[in-house]
Design a protein around this ligand. Structure first.
Ligand SMILES: CC(C)(COP(=O)(O)OP(=O)(O)OC[C@H]1O[C@@H](n2cnc3c(N)ncnc32)[C@H](O)[C@@H]1OP(=O)(O)O)[C@@H](O)C(=O)NCCC(=O)NCCS
Length: 449
């Protein structure tokens, strides 16, 4: 290496390297989310000022990355201001506003102004801002049919409504045109009456109806916290339900949004994220970094072990290429991966492929090779390697194979600690022995199944 090329290699803490590493780290998520629908619900306190400006910047970027965006805004503080301006007092029952005819006029006025303000923010395009050069078309419409909530505990909610139906095909048609859909939580009954709806319930119903990949609530807390105040990164719907029942540490927003999040993931939305509305770039950090910044609610645990399909080839190539380059794994071409894809088991986290292993049977010798075991560095030491190994062992047993062997140059101890013992290459099945690469000088380990 000459002096020139040495100086061209930036140190790992150099800002350029960090930038490049960040963009590369975000790449799998960018691939995974392009063309997916995200529904973002936020209260009226996010619809104005700095928070709204930052949200507009982030939405602009998400839309530019090909994410189909539906935004649902609230207007609770704006409605309260309007009521106060007219000398009226807000009325709530079980956290839900009671909307009489006078309050409905305030609701309509506050919702209309808030909507226009959000639209205006999304329509900016000033140079020297993150919106430069962008043109986001924002659309809306009569997508929601409502019904009255009615009388609860003797309290008549009057013009407070619940969602009856969402016209999902029209929302999807708008998203197909690359529009951002902005929804105001007002609904109309078949009789033509207007109803005031809760933002969180509208966002939930829309996410379910359009089969969104993600439902996101921007809220007044970093997410769910554990007993020591640490952020809980992910919970299943059942765990969230238990938390809701205990009521521990639930802020006003979490108390309102969590039931909607639980219902949404149980009705088919893949993930629901609770993100702090004060976190600058919260949406970007949550979706494009490994750690994320909020709490994600999912119906099932976030990690999923499954057999690979041909659609996984591109992700597998990106996962194993760095380990092939440093000699940890034997080089396999993309073509070979395509041909042998059904031999692979993969593990994904939140839809992104983070580990793999393959099983190559040698039936005439009652044996099989475990090959290409790999876990992406950020996800190591979480037991995924172990889970992949167990799955491969199970697959081999189902095929009534008695021995599992592996060739390794650097992971000998890992296999030893998992019941493998070293043997000589001469003990390999004949076909494998013929292919054994002497130069690589791999150690051979075997485990009886
Ligand atoms: C080997 C590998 C798959 C393990 O994945 P993982 O998800 O981190 O595995 P687990 O979480 O189940 O196990 C982690 C444990 O293995 C240990 N370990 C990891 N690599 C090891 C190695 N090369 N030698 C010995 N132990 C190792 C870790 O230190 C950790 O133990 P500790 O928590 O007690 O310190 C992963 O390190 C990897 O992808 N390595 C590069 C590819 C490779 O070597 N593949 C095997 C070639 S056939």
């Amino acid at each position: 290496m000459n002096a020139e090329s040495t100086s061209a290699v930036p140190a790992p803490d150099d800002p350029t390297s960090q930038f490049v590493a960040w963009v590369r780290g975000a790449a799998p998520y960018i691939h995974a989310f392009r063309g997916k629908t995200f529904v973002v619900g936020f209260g009226g306190e996010v619809a104005a000022g700095d928070r709204a400006q930052r949200l507009a910047y982030d939405c602009n970027l998400l839309a530019a990355l090909g994410i189909r965006l539906v935004l649902v805004h609230g207007a609770r503080p704006q409605i309260d201001v309007e009521l106060a301006r007219r000398g009226l007092a807000p009325r709530f029952h079980h956290g839900l506003r009671v909307t009489d005819a006078e309050a409905l006029e305030c609701v309509k006025a506050a919702m209309a102004v808030t909507r226009f303000e959000v639209e205006a923010l999304l329509s900016q395009g000033l140079p020297n801002t993150p919106m430069a050069g962008s043109y986001m078309r924002v659309t809306g419409g009569n997508f929601i049919t409502a019904r009255p909530v009615g009388v609860v505990d003797g309290v008549d909610y009057q013009y407070t409504g619940a969602v009856r139906k969402i016209v999902a095909e029209e929302i999807n048609a708008d998203l197909d045109q690359h529009n951002v859909v902005l929804i105001t939580p007002l609904g109309v009954s078949p009789a033509g009456e207007i109803f005031n709806l809760a933002m969180e319930e509208v966002a939930e119903a829309v996410a379910v109806a359009v089969k969104a990949e993600k439902l996101i609530y921007l809220c007044d807390a970093p997410g769910l916290l554990d007993a020591d105040g640490g952020l809980i990164e992910s919970v299943t719907a059942d765990e969230a339900q238990a938390r809701l029942a205990s009521g521990d540490g639930l802020t006003e927003d979490l108390g309102l949004f969590l039931p909607c999040a639980i219902r949404a993931v149980r009705r088919g939305v893949a993930r629901c994220h609770l993100i702090d509305h004060d976190k600058d770039g919260g949406l970007l950090l949550e979706f494009f970094t490994h750690a994320g910044v909020g709490t994600v609610v999912s119906r099932d645990p976030l990690f999923r072990l499954r057999e690979a399909t041909v659609d996984d080839v591109a992700a597998l190539v990106s996962l194993i290429t760095p380990m092939e380059a440093d000699g940890t794994l034997v080089r396999r071409g993309r073509e070979l991966l395509e041909q042998e894809i059904e031999r692979f088991t993969v593990v994904e986290h939140d839809g992104v492929l983070v580990g793999c292993a393959a099983l190559y049977p040698f039936s005439e010798d009652n044996a099989a090779e475990l090959a290409c075991l790999a876990v992406t560095p950020e996800y190591r030491r979480a037991g995924l390697g172990d889970q992949l190994l167990k799955r491969i062992e199970r697959r081999a047993r189902v095929q009534r194979l008695e021995r599992l062997f592996v060739l390794t140059t650097r992971t000998a101890h890992w296999f030893r600690e998992r019941g493998f013992s070293e043997i000589g290459p001469e003990a390999l099945p004949r076909k494998k022995r013929e292919l054994y690469n002497l130069q690589r000088r791999s150690k051979v380990f075997v485990k009886l199944l």
